[in-house]
Design a protein around this ligand. Structure first.
Ligand code: FE
Length: 146
């Protein structure tokens, strides 16, 4: 395996266990893994620790995203999401709950985060494609199963 990659992985029972390298970015490592393995459709979950994360909140009233950066050590108490396809490219949709030193948590759509410690990610590919399209009514890129 290429040691320059931001992850290592093992395939077992049709599921991938992915270890994100320390100091690598979560979204970049998962995107690279999906690119390298050709995965375009999967569920994602994981745990680990980060020292910087950008969370996003979508306001349906304004159809605007509000992004906020947290620069502190946090546990990835839960990372959940999926991989789908939009306009022929892999599309990651990740949410996270991050635990702080005082045991409170912040949560939201995970735009970006840097591992500081471990990043243990579990990826289960689906057999069928999961395409997305932009939906003007909600302002979101939603599943397109028409
Ligand atoms: Fe989201």
């Amino acid at each position: 395996m290429d040691s320059q990659k931001p992850y290592t992985y093992r395939l077992s029972g049709g599921r991938y266990t992915v270890s994100i390298s320390n100091r690598a970015r979560v979204e970049e490592a998962i995107a690279a893994f999906c690119r390298d393995t050709g995965i375009r459709s999967a569920s994602v979950c994981g745990i680990g620790a980060v020292d910087e994360a950008v969370l996003r909140f979508y306001d349906p009233a304004t159809k605007r995203y509000v992004d906020r950066c947290f620069e502190e050590q946090m546990e990835i108490a839960a990372l959940t999401g999926n991989v789908s396809e939009m306009e022929g490219k892999a599309y990651l949709h990740l949410h996270a709950t991050l635990g702080r030193r005082d045991y409170t948590a912040v949560a939201g759509h995970l735009l970006s985060a840097r591992i500081n410690g471990a990043g243990e990610i579990f990826i289960t590919p689906f057999g069928a494609a999961t395409p997305r399209r932009y939906d003007p009514e909600t302002g979101l890129n939603i599943y397109d199963f028409r």
